[in-house]
Design a protein around this ligand. Sequence first.
Ligand code: PGA
Length: 252
Amino acid sequence: MKRNKLVFANWKMNLNFKDIDLLVRGILSRLDVTDGLNVVLAPPFPYLSKVSSLITGSQLELSSQNIFWEKEGPYTGEVSADMLLDLGCRWAMIGHSERRQHLLETNEMINKKVLSSIEKGLKIILCVGESFEQRRRKKTFESISDQLQRGLRGVSENFLPQIVIGYEPIWVIGSGEAASVDDISSVHNFISDELSNMFPSSKSLPRIVYGGSVNTANIEQISRLDNVDGVLVGNASMDCDRFCDIVMKVVK
Ligand code: PGA
């Protein structure tokens, strides 16, 4: 079965109410999203509700950039799956390297977020990636394998269709230059093999998308690669024309 391609916009802690209003209206007016493609927008928490109302009735989908694993209670500053679902959010991004680095998220925390989100019916994008140092020391596969094994621990096969893996080499994020197609290809093939080994009887393995300085100049090359089911876009997703060009090139 042909898998839907996915384009995921990660706006991180950027933009304001007005910027987001203009950007989403622009995307809605330019994008005639076709079947076979998921386009997911991940604004900062305070703007989820705004984006949710703007995209109602369109084919665009909404994601948070983070989530907490408990249902409710004394967890100041955290946001639960039920709260996200209430806002029309159907996706959660989990384990982005910026959260691993600045908020000290561990694979164990990430695993709790994964399990609680999928049980609530959310789709998730689980981000994994190696640091420059790990790549230099030829530890890329070891590090990715560890993040997959520990991040997906205890996930039952029924939930795999709700899961997407985002491969993001850490040093490439925000650098303006994506990883080489050979590197992207070899890591995506590795992730695909690793998932097949982890879930040997599953017919529907998670999709794998690439992120890290995706732009209008490199998108064609990247999206043509085998085992690349789409892209996770940071900087270039905050410009309506660049983002829509990327989406249309992934559809082709
Ligand atoms: P970038 O960010 O496209 O700006 O490199 C990607 C990401 O961090 O998700």
